[in-house]
Design a protein around this ligand. Structure first.
Ligand SMILES: [Fe+2]
Ligand SMILES: [Fe+2]
Length: 261
């Protein structure tokens, strides 16, 4: 099974960039399933129904989440519908609708997608992603193809979870920092790993946000609006993961492209 996974899709510029690149990449790489992290799709925070529909139409099959996903009212109704392939983090604490792990049919195979949130430097109430992973794997035992989106800030926490999951899942793919890391590899027991896939969004920005506003924030420490540039160069960061018939990763390849929007 070949999986194409996009890191945090951030705002309108990223939605348009995905619309532009996905038909090309589908032809070029022939993925069986396309997953995207939806933590920042709608104005940088979570995802609404319109944008879900738009990205589904261009070929994204499954959406994972992060620290902002539960902050948008409209996203809660998407999550509440079991037929809609939008996950929330398994281990965010609180009474939220939706599920953080689910099995999807891909061709004649099954794929378990798990969305975990890190605890380090994340300002949400989050239980241990390590214990949450154990619980999910126990619940879904027997499924071989397993992708974990680990939405976390600290590379140490990500590396630790990667090794912890090695041999038990097909891939641990980091998201949230918006910066693609060059540490993609296969771990010893067959799990593909990357600390961060990187985001999709405004290239000439500070991790997706208007650069002048963020510079001004650091100079003045005054609150600023999260303005996301809508035009210009967009960076698209993704990975391709190939999984063999036993659920072991055979290959992980980083993709990165700048497109003009
Ligand atoms: Fe993000
Ligand atoms: Fe995030």
């Amino acid at each position: 099974m070949r999986i194409l996974f996009f890191g945090d899709v951030d705002g309108k510029i990223a939605r348009r960039a995905i619309q532009k690149i996905l038909p090309e990449w589908k032809k070029e790489f022939s993925p069986q399933v396309v997953i995207a992290n939806a933590d920042n799709v709608t104005h940088g925070r979570s995802i609404n129904k319109n944008h879900f529909d738009l990205l589904r139409e261009v070929g994204v099959d499954i959406f994972t989440a992060g620290d902002h996903t539960l902050e948008r009212e409209e996203a809660l109704s998407l999550l509440a519908d079991d037929e809609i392939p939008v996950l929330r983090p398994v281990n965010i604490e609180g009474d939220y609708p939706g599920r953080g792990a689910d099995v999807f049919v891909v061709g004649k195979e099954e794929l378990l997608v798990i969305c975990l949130l890190g605890q380090v430097f994340i300002d949400k109430k989050v239980s241990s992603p390590f214990i949450a992973l154990d619980d999910v794997l126990q619940k879904f035992s027997g499924i071989k193809n397993i992708i974990v989106d680990f939405h976390a800030e600290a590379t140490s926490e990500k590396a630790a979870l990667g090794w912890y999951a090695d041999g038990r899942v097909s891939a641990v793919l980091g998201t949230h920092t918006h910066v693609q890391t060059a540490d993609e590899r296969l771990l010893h027991k067959g799990t593909a790993f990357i600390s961060d896939v990187g985001f999709c969004g405004a290239y000439n920005s500070v991790i997706g946000v208007d650069k002048d506003e963020v510079i001004n924030y650091f100079l003045t420490k005054k609150k600023f609006k999260m303005n996301i540039p809508e035009k210009g160069e967009a960076v698209i960061n993704a990975v391709l993961v190939d999984i063999d018939k036993d659920g072991r990763a055979e290959k992980i390849v980083r993709l990165r492209k700048i497109v003009l929007i």
